[in-house]
Design a protein around this ligand. Structure first.
Ligand code: GDP
Ligand code: IMO
Ligand code: MG
Length: 420
């Protein structure tokens, strides 16, 4: 059986949750390996419609173990809210690794305050879920890890040690400070709610790898907002790449057998930073309306544009996709013409190489036009069922990504998928 890594190939919200939900139906283990509740992974299945923020999209398979992994940052308050919306019988196989970091109340406050200090141009547009401040503490080695909840005396000493520093930061922004007792009360409540779900998950993962079980790694966000390879500083604070997945899932890179890039048939981005293929015209509006492009976490309208093949080529190279899943093809059903940004115009120089952030801010898109198919594809279940123009468009996306297309999604429901 395979270890399959699901990676966002663009700016996030590609439909990863929907693909993980599909692949998880016969998986043994699903690991949400990085990020936090900044995510909104929408799944539509026999249990209903859910926007999962931190809980792995494998939770709906009663037989699978769903792990919030080592590289994740966890807000147990939002996890509780989320779990309350999921049928009880599905809760028992949820585990959170002891090494994951806790998003503390001060992280959320600092996220909002830091963002409000940025100029309009510099705004990252964070989800204000405390992601950046939590990962900053992790890197500074003053973070609190999930496993510490199981040792209240040790945790208290740790909080006593770091709290003066955190309170100074809060005071700097004129924010409410915390007492040790307030934070301990919160942590004890989290322990009472989630203590039985906290574990060192590596032995479970290793056993599954050794027994060749089916494992799905669920990435959060997409490479264009990767901390190292994305549009820094308009990035998140973790690594949504396949390299990042190997690093924090507890599975060696050469044990990962498939790396599936999830690519929307067009582009969307939420938050600040360059977005070269962005549309400000009627087509952009139409993509947003038909694609229901509003953030699953913050409800913000997503910026929309045509597919960016320059970014997809970059994404495929850096992630080493073995295949891609093309999602939301049906959103293009009514378009007369569909465009793809095939190259960037950088002050008169045409290039297919994706420059760093500043270059992307200066780049103008160079579009190629494809003929639309003007046919409803939502009922198609075989590649041959798709209109000829749609088949050609999907093949072209595979060529831009230099790999085969393994899935085409033509609707949000679990069965609205074409397997190639
Ligand atoms: P994720 O963060 O990558 O999991 O993606 P999101 O859930 O944030 O955004 C994807 C949105 O598109 C969700 O509302 C999904 O229900 C929806 N969706 C996923 N695949 C398809 C598809 O093939 N067609 C349509 N029309 N909607 C889809
Ligand atoms: P999923 O997993 C889309 C964006 C934010 C902001 C930047 C940093 O659903 O694809 P953060 O809160 O992480 O510090 O914000 O990244 N962002 C996302 N955009 N989908 C997401 O997750 C996102 N998570 C963060 O809008 O620009
Ligand atoms: Mg999302």
């Amino acid at each position: 059986m395979a270890v399959t890594s699901i990676i966002g190939a663009q700016w996030g919200d590609e439909g990863k949750g929907r693909i993980v939900d599909y692949l998880a139906t016969d998986a043994d283990v699903v690991i949400r390996y990085q990020g936090g509740d900044n995510a909104g992974h929408t799944v539509v299945n026999e249990y209903g419609k859910f926007a999962l923020h931190i809980i792995p999209s494998g939770i709906f398979n009663k037989k699978a173990t769903s792990i919030v992994g080592v590289g994740a940052v966890v807000n147990f308050d939002t996890m509780k809210q989320e779990l309350d919306g999921i049928p009880k019988e599905l809760h028992k196989n949820l585990l959170v690794d002891v090494r994951a970091h806790l998003i503390m109340p001060y992280h959320c406050l600092l996220d909002g305050a830091e963002e409000s200090k940025r100029s309009d141009h510099d705004k990252i547009g964070t989800t204000k879920r405390g992601i950046g401040p939590c990962y900053s503490d992790k890197a500074a080695r003053i973070g609190i890890r999930v496993g510490e909840l199981l040792d209240p005396a040790g945790l208290k000493a740790h909080i006593q040690n770091i709290l003066p520093k955190k309170n100074r930061e809060l005071e700097y922004y004129g924010l409410k400070t915390f007492t040790v007792d307030e934070l301990m009360d919160k942590c004890i409540a989290w322990k009472n709610m989630f203590g039985s779900h906290i574990a060192d998950t590596l032995p479970i993962v290793r056993k599954a790898v050794d027994a060749k079980k089916k494992i799905v790694l669920e990435g959060q966000l997409g490479i264009m907002r990767d901390l190292d390879w994305g549009i820094y500083p308009y990035t998140t604070s973790s690594n949504p790449t396949s390299g990042g997945a190997a690093n924090v899932s507890g599975i060696a890179p050469n044990a990962i057998t498939e790396i599936i890039g999830v690519a929307k048939a067009y582009s969307t981005s939420v938050g600040g930073g360059p977005f070269t293929a962005e549309l400000f015209d009627e087509d952009g509006k139409k993509l947003r309306e038909i694609g229901a492009e509003f953030g699953a976490t913050t409800g913000r309208p997503r910026r929309c544009g045509w597919l960016d093949a320059v970014a997809l080529d970059y994404s495929s190279y850096l992630n080493g996709f073995t295949s891609i899943a093309v999602t939301k093809l049906d959103v293009l059903d009514s378009f007369e013409e569909i465009k793809v940004c095939e190259a960037y115009d950088l002050n008169g120089k045409i290039t297919k190489y994706l420059p760093d952030t500043k270059g992307q801010e200066e780049a103008k898109p160079v579009f190629k036009t494809f003929k639309g198919w003007k046919t409803d594809t939502t009922g198609c279940r075989r590649f041959e069922d798709l209109p000829k123009e749609a088949q050609e468009y999907v093949k072209a996306i595979g060529e831009y990504a230099h790999c085969k297309v393994s899935y085409v999604s033509v609707g949000p429901e679990r069965d609205q998928i074409i397997i190639l």
